[in-house]
Design a protein around this ligand. Structure first.
Ligand SMILES: *Cc1c(COP(=O)(O)O)cnc(C)c1O
Length: 393
């Protein structure tokens, strides 16, 4: 069965009312018929729900759908994308272990690896993710995990997942991929050899800017220790958010198709604009990794970046002239969102660290929404026509 169909048709339990859509199981705990049932559930002799920190029918349905979409054996859901990422490291690593990660990561992922994990003696070497040789050169005897985003936020840098998984396998290292930007509709890292895949479900999985969520899927033996960590430390997804997200997955395919089509058109229209130094989008012929993008991604994704001449001042003018796009740090919404990473999501990085991952002062991330593309093109063209007059940076 096609994944698109599975995302719509997979369902866990339904009640005696035979409801078509999944009901909301807004309950913190579940009851036992007798003490014996409680004992056998806690002893893992039978399967069943105990407490919503461990499992819940809405959360289970959401996880089952993501597993189907990613082609994964098992999964876990979390209160946010960052909880999924943190739990992966905390569940699998111990003091003295080492991680190799791309330097092109979401800001909070850099903070976890660079500032938080070292408190427990877990260290990270950051490399240029697009260069497989650097991953291999960074290996140490204690390296346990390779971690990357592809495409990366916000630099849209790709990692060759097939090449990286081959290196990881040769050295017994787990490859974990944050697949948030591509979504399982556009790219399936597990099919390219990754062991674990995580998502900020907050973004395209919800796709409508309502709830926070995170999800991790992959091989059973890797998920189990992370399940133990999550069960006892409590970063659980709420049943309500799972109910929202499970329904949203039914439209993920059509939404992504539209998002990606519009993003490509906008990128093509804006490329070469005199107010811009550059337009970056994985499926533009000018993207340095366009061939790799076409190999490992079905479409180019919903996000492009533009480098506005004149830096922050001009970017600020642009945000004042745009009529449609929202200015927000989020992405993955029906509404087009503009973000200036250097002053917001990546403002905690040094100038040099930002430069190393392509975050220039004028870089603007555009998460293209589901508005009519003609309206978006017109809005960006009218706003860009008004900015940076006389700028020749
Ligand atoms: C937003 C984002 C995250 C963090 O997810 P939250 O749900 O906000 O915790 C992680 N990785 C990427 C690539 C993101 O864009």
């Amino acid at each position: 069965m096609q994944k698109q169909t599975q995302a719509i048709r997979i369902q866990t339990e339904r009640s005696q009312h035979r409801e078509h859509s999944v009901p909301l199981y807004l309950t913190s705990s579940f009851t036992f018929e007798d003490a014996e049932m409680g004992r056998s559930l806690f002893a893992d002799e039978v399967e069943g729900n105990i407490y919503s920190r461990y499992s819940n029918p809405n959360v289970d349905e959401f996880i089952a759908k993501v597993c189907a979409l990613e082609g994964a054996e098992q999964g876990l859901a979390f209160g946010s994308g960052m909880a999924a990422i943190f739990a992966t490291f905390a569940g699998l690593l111990q003091s003295g272990d080492h991680v190799v990660a791309s330097r092109a990561l979401f800001g909070s992922a850099i903070q976890i690896l660079g500032k938080i994990m070292p408190k427990w003696g877990i260290t990270t070497t950051f490399v240029d993710g697009h260069d497989p040789d650097q991953w291999e050169a960074a290996l140490q005897p204690n390296t346990k995990i390779f971690f990357c985003e592809s495409p990366s936020n916000p630099g849209l840098e790709l990692t060759d997942l097939t090449a990286l998984s081959a290196i990881a396998q040769n050295h017994g290292v787990v490859l974990a991929v944050d697949n948030c930007f591509a979504t399982p509709v556009v790219q399936n890292p597990i099919e390219l050899g990754a062991d674990l895949v995580m998502h900020s479900a907050t973004k395209y999985m919800d796709g409508q800017g309502r709830v926070l969520g995170g999800v991790l899927v992959g091989r059973r033996e890797l998920i189990e220790p992370i399940r133990f960590f999550a069960r006892h430390t409590g970063p659980a997804m709420s049943p309500f958010n799972a109910w929202v997200l499970s329904k949203s997955l039914e439209t993920l395919y059509v939404r992504m198709k539209d998002h990606c089509e519009s993003a490509l058109i906008l990128a093509q229209k804006l490329e070469g604009h005199p107010a811009l130094n550059a337009v970056h989008y994985p499926f533009l012929a000018s993207h340095p990794q366009v061939e790799l993008a076409r190999q490992q991604m079905k479409w180019g994704g919903a996000i492009l970046t533009i480098d506005v001449k004149g830096g922050f001042e001009t970017v600020n003018e642009l945000t004042q002239h745009l009529q449609i796009a929202s200015i927000s740090p989020n992405l993955g919404d029906t509404r087009t969102i503009l973000t200036h990473p250097a002053s917001t999501t990546h403002s905690k990085l040094s100038l040099a660290d930002r430069a190393a991952v392509g975050i220039t002062p004028g870089l603007v991330r555009i998460a293209v929404g589901l508005e009519a593309i003609e309206d978006l093109v017109e809005d960006f063209e009218q706003a860009l026509a008004k900015v940076g007059v006389g700028v020749n940076a």
